[in-house]
Design a protein around this ligand. Structure first.
Ligand SMILES: Nc1ncnc2c1ncn2[C@@H]1O[C@H](COP(=O)(O)OP(=O)(O)O)[C@@H](O)[C@H]1O
Ligand SMILES: [Mg+2]
Length: 294
C-alpha cells in the first residue's frame, strides 16, 4: 500500500508526499547504536556492509571499487558476496571452486573459499548455490543460530583483514539478517530515483529493528548517492532531500559514468579500467572518507 503511495508520489512528482513517507528529518545515528560490553579486541577489521533493498543502486559497483581503492592503499581487504547472482566474482574475473554456500553448508573450510582477486584484495564468492544454503537456513529450527551464522562461520577472520566489505542482496532474508548482525557499519548506495529512496527507508527501519537486539551495534556509516547527474534537476532535488535528512552522513555523490558500466565486462575495477575517470576520482573520495574515519 505504502509502495503504491510512493509510486503515485513519484508519478505526480509529489516530493512532499514522498519526503513525508521517509520520516522526520535530522537523522539520529545514536538511535541505532547499542553500546556493547565486550572487551575490545586488539585487532579488529572494519566490517562494512553495502546495502539497499532496491536492486541496481550500485551496491556491487561500490563494493568492488571501494574494495579496490582500499587495496591499492595497502589495506588488506576482503569482499564477501551475499548475493546469489554472484556478481562480485564475475566483475573481478575470478574463478573459484568453493563459494560461501559451501561454508554455510559445512561442505568446505572457510580458507578454501577465499580467493585472491588482486593484491590485498580477497573475495569470498557466491553463486546460485547460495539459494540452497538459504533454503537450509529456513528449515533450521533455531533461528537464533541462523541469525548469527555468518559471524559463526567467519570466526576469527577479523585479524587477517583491515576491511571486510559485504555486498548484500536486495532481498530480506535470514542470510542478509545475519550479515547485518555481522557488520558494524553500513553504506547505503542510493541511485537518484525516488524508488531507491524507498529502499533507504526500509534499511533504516531494519537497522532500527536490529539495533534493539542487545550486543548488536551496526550503524549507518553513510548514504552514498550514485549514478548522479548534476545537470538533472531531479537528481539535485533528491540529493538535497538526502542532505536535509541525513546531514553529514551523505557522502560525495558518485557521478553517472559510462566507465563504471563498461568496466565489469572487462573484469576490471575502475582503477584498472579508467584510473583518470570521474568515477575513479569519486570512489577515491569515498575511500579517503573511510580511511579518515579509522
Ligand atoms: N555511477 C554509475 N554511473 C553509471 N552506471 C552505474 C553507476 N554505478 C552503477 N552503475 C550501473 O548500474 C547498474 C547496477 O549497478 P550494480 O552495482 O550492479 O547495482 P546493485 O548491486 O545495487 O544491483 C550496473 O549496470 C552498473 O554498471
Ligand atoms: Mg549487486
Amino acid at each position: 500500500m505504502r509502495h503504491t503511495q510512493l509510486f503515485l508520489g513519484e508519478d505526480n512528482n509529489d516530493q512532499t508526499t514522498f519526503y513525508n513517507n521517509i520520516g522526520p528529518s535530522g537523522y539520529q545515528d545514536t538511535a541505532l547504536e547499542i553500546q556493547h560490553d565486550e572487551p575490545r579486541e586488539i585487532k579488529m577489521s572494519r566490517r562494512v556492509g553495502v546495502l539497499n533493498y532496491k536492486g541496481g543502486t550500485g551496491k556491487t559497483t561500490t563494493v568492488v571499487n571501494l574494495g579496490a581503492g582500499l587495496a591499492v592503499r595497502g589495506k588488506r581487504t576482503l569482499c564477501i558476496d551475499l548475493d546469489a547472482q554472484g556478481s562480485l566474482a564475475t566483475y573481478l574475473g575470478v574463478s573459484y571452486t568453493n563459494s560461501l554456500a559451501h561454508v554455510l553448508l559445512d561442505q568446505a573450510n572457510l580458507n578454501d573459499c577465499i580467493v585472491q582477486a588482486r593484491e590485498n584484495l580477497d573475495l569470498i564468492p557466491s553463486d546460485g548455490n547460495l539459494l540452497q544454503a538459504e533454503g537450509n537456513m529456513w528449515r533450521m529450527q533455531d533461528n537464533g543460530i541462523v541469525r548469527h551464522i555468518l559471524a559463526d562461520k567467519l570466526g576469527s577472520i577479523d585479524d587477517r583483514y583491515d576491511y571486510i566489505l559485504i555486498d548484500f542482496s536486495p532481498s530480506v532474508s535470514l542470510l542478509s539478517e545475519s550479515g547485518l548482525r555481522y557488520i558494524r557499519e553500513l553504506v547505503v548506495p542510493v541511485s537518484m530515483s525516488y524508488l531507491a529512496m524507498v529502499g533507504i527507508r526500509q534499511v533504516i527501519q531494519r537497522l532500527k529493528d536490529i539495533s534493539q537486539v542487545p550486543r548488536n551495534r551496526a550503524r549507518l556509516y553513510c548514504v552514498l548517492p550514485t549514478i548522479f547527474s548534476a545537470r538533472v534537476q531531479q537528481d539535485r532535488e533528491v540529493l538535497s532531500i538526502l542532505r536535509r535528512h541525513f546531514g553529514h552522513k551523505v557522502a560525495n555523490p558518485i557521478r553517472k559514468s559510462l566507465k563504471l558500466v563498461e568496466a565489469p565486462s572487462h573484469h576490471q575495477t575502475i582503477y584498472e579500467y579508467s584510473p583518470r575517470s570521474n568515477a575513479a576520482a569519486d570512489y577515491t573520495l569515498l575511500v579517503e572518507r573511510i580511511l579518515r574515519n579509522g
